[in-house]
Ligand binder design. Sequence first.
Ligand code: ADP
Ligand code: MG
Length: 634
Amino acid sequence: MTVTDESRPPAAQPFQADVARLLHLMVHAVYSDKSVFLRELIANAADACERLRYESIAAPALLGDDPKLRVILALDAGNRQLAVEDNGIGMSRDEMVEALGTIARSGTKAFLDRLEATRDAEDTALIGRFGVGFYSAFMVAERVDVISRRAGTETAFLWSSDGKGTFAVAPADPVIAPRRGTRVVLHLMDEAKSYAERATVERLVKAQSGHVPVPIAIVEKPGAAPSEITDGAALWAKPKSEITAADYTDFYRSIAGQFDEPALTIHFHAEGRQDYTSLFFVPGSRPFDLFDPDRKGRVKLYVKRVFIADDADILPRYLRFVRGLVDSADLPLNVSREKIQESPLLATIRKSATGRVLGELERLADKEPQTYAKIWETFGAVLKEGLYEDFERRDALLALARFKTTAAGDGWRSLKDYVGSLKTNQTAIYYLAGDHIGGLETSPHLEGFRARGIEVLLLPDPVDSFWVMSGVSFDGKPFKSVTQGTADLAAIPLIDAKDEAAPELQDSVKKFLVFVQGTLGDAVAQVRASERLTDSAVCLVAPDKGPDRALERILAGAGRLTAASKPILEINPRHALIVALAGLGDDERAFKEDAAHLLFDEARVLEGDRPADARAFSERLARVLGKSLHKGTA
Ligand code: ADP
Ligand code: MG
């Protein structure tokens, strides 16, 4: 968009549809803590100052005779007005339309969909947990005017809206417009008039925005002199001993756009090859954009206190839930942002900072396993992406990984725990992947393992199917899917010794297996007797090579399975039903054929699939049921 016809009349323009939805939710949500709007507007004002500070390195003239960047809160209780004013970068006309009329942030739309779809109490609380941004102003204001003058330009513009579907933009009166930067004027609703009073505003700023790295001053009433209420000192540059837990939480909330408590705070100063300070937070709950396809990180980069970039890829994608910043003392300031990002110095910082975060997680896992378990529960699915993306740190990540297993009950097990309780002759780490833990726990594939007391990792996340296939091992033990290949369990004794003497397969059962194979034909790769089943009659397994059953399903779902391998149907030769079927004579051939197909369908259903042919399935089922009824009444 490059149209900048300044004489355009102030026609009302509609908001982009998503903005209208967000506004509607915002105004109608029973969100109790409306005061977050102030934190959002101050954050925007401070961002604008930081962006100008950065641009002025290359173009000092932008600062003109007003070099001290600051935010001013101007109160006018008599007129029920609160203005948040900055002398930062400002917005051009087009930037205003773009920034205040559309939602650029990816993930917001997905978030809105979720919010609208569920609408339960918990989700209403969610709206307060993500950075609601500029539009939160409409929770307290019946009209919002934004007057802005882009640094280095002449004309100022006025954006105005009542938040009910449209906004208007027009040139602003140059006399009242800020000389540089933006003034956001809230015409407060009657019930929100206390936001024009000093006591309320000052308390909120100290509680919510006390560590914004730009000073904030207050103008108590029109014409009064500004008085500074926060000094804009960088919290991260202070010695740790001077920072309280409340300071950290406050800073975390303003930098992370989260409303919870951080689960872990990592503040350190690195010296040596690179001199930098880092302040990282692991959030207490999942940020709403955690599973955005772009997997963007949210660690800010500063150089000597000057904000450079929102996301300089400082931490790898699998640590994208970490919020915070890195402030380097060594990176050059007077080169382009791109140059900084490509600098080998930054590469060193990335490496060191990543190692530090993983190290702190490891330490926490050691010292406070409960706290760590909570972090794993929240972010484990993301951390596990590193198992196949970051080969170099795979061992560290395997040590951090926690699992639900058949032996863990409600708790979490580490791989160290797992290999510490291997059964005699057990040479692999067994796992079962799928899409939810409940379905995994009841899978027939586990029966033979349970009967031998062999622990099996239950892997419910989509990412699991990928990393386990990437040639990984732990403590010299490979990972092996229980839905794949032969189970090789014979060498491991059963817990219940009376079942021990696995009898030779009866001839009739052997013949029955051949019969089933013949009946199913091409639908299966093989029909064989199972070692892994004890209670169920049948299950499907994947061939030894290639993806296991869970990965096949994921690939098929994504349309990426070129040729599905045929499953192997395993039959439990000791199951009463199988023994009885095997005992039937040739005169029952039609019945046995129906049974063979139904057994195959049963195995599919046990995996959460559908019968191969729903119509044929129901006909067979009807015939078989009919026959048993007939017997009962005969
Ligand atoms: P976010 O801050 O996460 O980008 P917001 O809804 O808070 O989302 O703000 C939207 C956009 O509006 C900002 O990204 C910025 O481009 C613009 N903006 C808002 N307030 C200001 C301001 N005071 N000065 C300059 N630009 C602003
Ligand atoms: Mg914002």
